[in-house]
Design a protein around this ligand. Sequence first.
Ligand code: FAD
Length: 327
Amino acid sequence: MQEIWVVAETNQGRLAPVTLELVGKARALAEAAGAAVTVVLAGHPVAGLAAELIASGADTVLVADHAELASYRTLPYAEVLAGLIRARRPSIVLFGATSQGRDLAPRLAARLRTGLTADCLDLSLDKDGLLVQTKPSYGDNVMVDIVIPEHRPQMATVRPHVFPQPEKNAARRGRIEEVGVSLDSAALCTRVREVLAEVQPASKLEEAEVVVAGGRGMGSKENFALLYQLARALGGVVGATRPPVDEGWIDAAYQIGQSGKTIAPKLYIACGISGAVQHTVGMEKAKLVVAINKDAGAPIFNFATYGIVGDVREVIPALLAQLNARK
Ligand code: FAD
């Protein structure tokens, strides 16, 4: 039977949301193709996470539990994954387009001499059962469909948040298989000495329930401090459009949009953002949008649940004063 694989990613002992999103999508593709969904769960210790993957739609979870896999490193993960893929020959292998997936997938594609489509925004199957991998291309100006007709497996990295997380069904049954891992520590080249937490991890942006985003209208790096204050007051994180990244006001990891992150927070506050399509494509799944812009005709107001016409340098301090007064 054709197999669709998802390579799981874990973060501080939990499954990364993108892994569950991919399992849900793989399940839907598998139903259409009469295929099975297998998740490769590598790490240490990880066996306890297998049941959640089955409840989310996996038929089989291959558990590769080994001390050398405790923190992600390219070589041991590539070694384990390449061995499993060569031995079991899945038809499709999916990864999150995260730092880990973007590092691991190309390494595997080269080892396995197969194709890889990076940064997909959608997946489907064509009439011949080939995986249609949809992604922005040509400087992000068009969406293209890519298929890998000859080489196997067909591999893709998929951006977080483009698919919803599946409903979990604790009654679902599946197979959990421990796979033997043998790694030569001396040949692994790198060692993780310490893992340091970022002040505001970029990954948090994609998972945050509240995002306060700033655009060119913030005017300066100093004014971005207002965004951090507002984000802190609301328990959220700060994101941005491309111009503040180009200006060096914020790191590129926080860019939202076509060539940045795709997010789906409960609350999105757009501050000094015009609403260009290259930006809105990354935030249009936000549930509630508040836009602050001094131009009442700015396109961002077409996406906004609530619009505030005014200067961000006046409106944000007023919002902060209200929030502080309520505390
Ligand atoms: P602007 O369009 O300049 O808008 C600034 C807004 O701030 C205006 O509406 C103005 O009225 C308002 N304003 C000014 N001063 C104030 C004030 N004091 N108070 C309140 N409001 C104020 N962009 C992205 O964001 N993400 C991407 O991933 C991305 N990818 C791209 C890929 C390609 C191939 C290309 C060509 C472009 C891409 N862009 C991307 C850029 C995109 O086209 C827009 O240029 C960008 O989103 C505009 O950012 P902005 O809204 O911050 O700036």
